[in-house]
Design a protein around this ligand. Sequence first.
Ligand SMILES: Nc1ncnc2c1ncn2[C@@H]1O[C@H](COP(=O)(O)OP(=O)(O)OP(=O)(O)O)[C@@H](O)[C@H]1O
Ligand SMILES: [Mg+2]
Length: 360
Amino acid sequence: MGIAAAFRPPVVGLDLGSHAVKAVALRRNRRGWSLLAAGELSMPFGEVGTQAQVSETAATLLDTLGLRRARIAAALSGHAVIVKRLALPSMSAAELAEAIPWEAEQYIPFALSDVQLDYQVLEGPSALPAEALDVLLVAARRDRVLERVATIEQTGRLPVVLDVEAFALANAYQANYPERTDGLAALVHIGRGTTVVCVLEHGQVAFTRDISLGGGAYLDALERDLGLDSASAQRALRTPAVGGAGVAGNGAAGDGVGGVLQDVHRQFVLEIRKTLDFYWSTSRPVTLDRMVLSGGACQIEGLRTVLTDEFQVTVELSDPFRQIARPSRREGHLLHFDPDVDAPAYAVAVGLAMRGERDR
Ligand SMILES: Nc1ncnc2c1ncn2[C@@H]1O[C@H](COP(=O)(O)OP(=O)(O)OP(=O)(O)O)[C@@H](O)[C@H]1O
Ligand SMILES: [Mg+2]
């Protein structure tokens, strides 16, 4: 084996979003996780990226982070995937493998030839009788899988893992908060166009649903209702409108901004409420212990307060680097990444990096 073959390039968690691409590379040794590289690049002009733009942006990001020969763990979200929890009678692994397509046919609104199926038998406490199988079924649209793979290949890197964002989110949370014993926690990852909700029962994935609403809805509303340009709208999301008394520097009427944000908060809360109600309609009536926010848009002014008031639970920001040692300035590569401010945005990327390194 030559030197090149003996050197295994790291697995990089690559979160290919519509607003930005984020990358995380981790190392794992006996003492735990440490950070090799992390960074983010937004799409050009702050627009929603085309496939070619996403791929180019990802390539630039990976180059800049010094990850030339990376192997990539990426994920799908939104309408590209359906996750369904099934209760099946007890059977052997071989019988289950045979039963899955038949079961899937009932629940998947696509032809089986158009999807790729995967599944996992859930262990741990569940509402099912002891002899039943608690199965998480995943169906990913084949065209979206192929598109993701092409996006990665166009960066010149090798795709090795294609996960589901909700699972990556759970992965990062479980690794970073291993001591948590909440009966019911909701992870809410808010991006630009999609919000991923992942419900954990005793730390295990019990339900997921992706909502088509995120930071983009706030930007659209600010642009539409207040006539802000997109840069000012971005700033308005970030700048705390202190006492509703104005957003510094962008020339917008601050009260107007606060009102618009409140309108979208209401829509957002309604969608989260519908999602949790749907989960509760299929499960035991367990009360929610905690809501954990992540994603680029989770720090939008006032959102945490609105969620706290609505659900009467602890709502906190996720720190996906909580159990990860930071690099010294010399050895680590960082790009547009300040862990103290940006950490929550990286929850999916961290989960993917961990998943990839574990599967090596
Ligand atoms: N500091 C901040 N405060 C508030 N909002 C922010 C902040 N930084 C970014 N955003 C908003 O977060 C959104 C982008 O989040 P993120 O980077 O998670 O999206 P994405 O993963 O590219 O999108 P998606 O997953 O929906 O395809 C944008 O709407 C942006 O305006
Ligand atoms: Mg995202």
